[in-house]
Design a protein around this ligand. Sequence first.
Ligand SMILES: [Fe+2]
Length: 257
Amino acid sequence: MIAWLLEKIAFKVLESQNKALMMTRRQAIQQTVGAAATLAALGQVPSSFAAQPAASGPFQLPKLPYALDALEPHIDAKTMEIHHGKHHAAYIAQLNKAVIGKPALQGRTVEDLLLSLSSLPTDIQGAVRNHGGGHYNHSLFWQSMSRSGGGEPQGDLAAAIDKSFGSFASFRERFSEAALKQFGSGWAWLIWNGRQLEVRSLPNQDAALATGHTVLLGLDVWEHAYYLKYQNRRADYITAFFKVVDWGFVRDRFAHK
Ligand SMILES: [Fe+2]
């Protein structure tokens, strides 16, 4: 609860900082174009998803691919509103702040920045790791859920899950355990390591992408992702997540690994 309140306070500060940054119409157009390139490079955002009105920098908040209440009752609308509109937006604001005065970095995608963290200026490596990771992870997260989600994967992905974990039930158990046991804030991940599927958990906003493997599915277990509806019942939130997972989306990423 304390961590959740501290997050809320921190994001209120970020909001006020972001409002103080003004921009010209020309900058807004340039940034919208930059955002589209970023999202396309992520390989995750269909072209019909327009970026929301430009923030102050090259990175933009992608629109949700569904209504705020689309995932009810499993993920509630208020959580979606705050999680997307405040938390994800704050990661983007801070990422934009990190690249101010660094034009060579402003044209690069967040994916590219995360994959080359160690070669970035040392004074922004932490910001890109945390806020760039937050932007990338959440962009993937929104798309991995759907009103018509749930059930089990089909086709090649189902076969790979059986081969790597024994069964879908076994995979689900391992993924859920990784999500449940992640101490503090972090994510549970399903990745393709080049040979087989693998479940991992990583702290904070560390991007599984930065491991160099193909990221297929991630579950946000920061308290901000579930506290309003589930309070301390993270296990119930994990169960709810499996009722909205868009396995078609995950399968498509697997097909393009
Ligand atoms: Fe989150």
